[in-house]
Design a protein around this ligand. Structure first.
Ligand SMILES: Nc1ncnc2c1ncn2[C@@H]1O[C@H](COP(=O)(O)OP(=O)(O)OP(=O)(O)O)[C@@H](O)[C@H]1O
Ligand SMILES: [Mg+2]
Length: 164
């Protein structure tokens, strides 16, 4: 966990619905070309948050957990796709390279659970969301932007969520 810089945002969720609502608000700010990485243990709430993101994105596809699918696709009515990858079962970087992720985030946006597993092939500029189990229904979410574009995204998210 890096030291919290002034561009990062930390917030707490008290239940799964609140996590989904934060996700929805965040999803409304995601744009084609964006890459968002998720770190956090099993059950930390990554998929729950992403369910909200796909709604906020305006997905017309049903939400499902990608546990058995490597990459889920959430299309908007305008045809732009939000790709949701779960890298948990990626066994080698060669396997990951074959997925040609650059093609995905050059046309749509990309969310990656267990992003640490494929670190080498992800762009340096991205948003990292670290999710941590605090207690049964409480989770801590830390949003860490890398690069100017993503600092603005987090800034907008903070303002929309808290007005400051
Ligand atoms: N505040 C909360 N936010 C999110 N999930 C919560 C919260 N409180 C309880 N939960 C529960 O924790 C679980 C989170 O599961 P989820 O699949 O979202 O985690 P995950 O981080 O995607 O795990 P995995 O690494 O296995 O994919 C769900 O069962 C959810 O109901
Ligand atoms: Mg998950």
């Amino acid at each position: 966990m890096p030291i919290l810089d002034p561009y990062s945002l930390e917030l707490f969720s008290r239940n799964p619905d609140q996590t989904r609502r934060f996700g929805m608000r965040f999803g409304a700010l995601i744009e084609p070309g964006d890459v968002v990485c998720f770190h956090g243990d099993l059950g930390a709430g990554k998929t729950t948050f992403i369910q909200g993101v796909s709604q906020g994105w305006g997905s017309i596809d049903p939400v499902s957990s990608p546990t058995f699918v490597l990459i889920n696709e959430y299309r908007r009515p305008d045809g732009i796709t939000l790709f949701h990858m779960d890298a948990y079962r990626i066994n080698s970087i060669y396997e990951a390279e074959d997925l040609d992720l650059e093609r995905l985030y050059s046309t749509g946006a990309l969310l990656v659970e267990w992003a640490e597993r494929i670190e080498e092939i992800l762009p340096n500029e991205r948003i990292l969301i670290e999710m941590k189990y605090i207690s049964e229904e409480t989770r801590r979410m830390t949003f860490i932007p890398s690069g100017e574009k993503y600092r603005k995204t987090i800034d907008r998210f903070r303002k929309r969520s808290f007005g400051v």
